[in-house]
Design a protein around this ligand. Structure first.
Ligand code: PNS
Length: 160
């Protein structure tokens, strides 16, 4: 069975990587799907940069592919014959955010969403919090995969 792990991943964190890794143990193939339009610049990293960083950090896991999509998630999953979504849940806030999306996606296409609870090491990590800490020179090592730490530091250095 194939699954998609969708998200903006701006940038990918250790929490995301943990979810991808665990999803790949349960599903035959996992597509990490970066959502967003490559022609519209929004966020810190361009879609292509997010994809490259994810490819680098999942390179050792053979059943993970990385792709991007700018439309409805269920149009991608239906077109590729995928009938599972996998998301990570950190807190009740994530649950409140994810529940209507899971129900809407199921209504639209019948797809089920599977939730993995975050590892306790990563429960407080988010892309936005890591970016804010890194922007002001704080240490994000261990919170982001090493190549991502370097990329974020370089990105903010280039913006100075
Ligand atoms: O990392 P994020 O921003 O929490 O990811 C949210 C995401 C990308 C999963 C959600 O915005 C999404 O599914 N976008 C694709 C467009 C779509 O299908 N929207 C309807 C969702 S019910």
């Amino acid at each position: 069975m194939k699954a998609v792990c969708p998200g903006s991943f701006d940038p990918v964190t250790m929490g995301h990587l943990d979810i991808f890794t665990r999803a790949a143990e349960h599903f035959d193939e996992v597509v990490v799907l970066v959502t967003g339009n490559p022609n519209k610049r929004s966020g810190l990293f361009a879609i292509e940069e997010r994809i490259e960083l994810i490819r680098e950090v999942v390179a050792h896991i053979p059943n993970i592919k990385v792709d991007w999509w700018a439309g409805l998630l269920v149009d991608y999953t239906t077109a590729h014959g995928i009938n599972a979504l996998v998301k990570g849940l950190r807190t009740a806030l994530d649950y409140e955010y994810e529940l209507p999306m899971a129900q809407m996606n199921r209504r639209l296409s019948g797809i089920d969403t599977f939730f993995l609870l975050t590892d306790e090491k990563y429960g407080y990590i988010s892309s936005s919090l890591c970016k804010e800490v890194a922007k002001y020179g704080g240490d994000v090592s261990g919170l982001l995969p090493d190549p991502v730490v370097h990329a974020v530091v370089e990105k903010y250095r280039a913006q100075d």
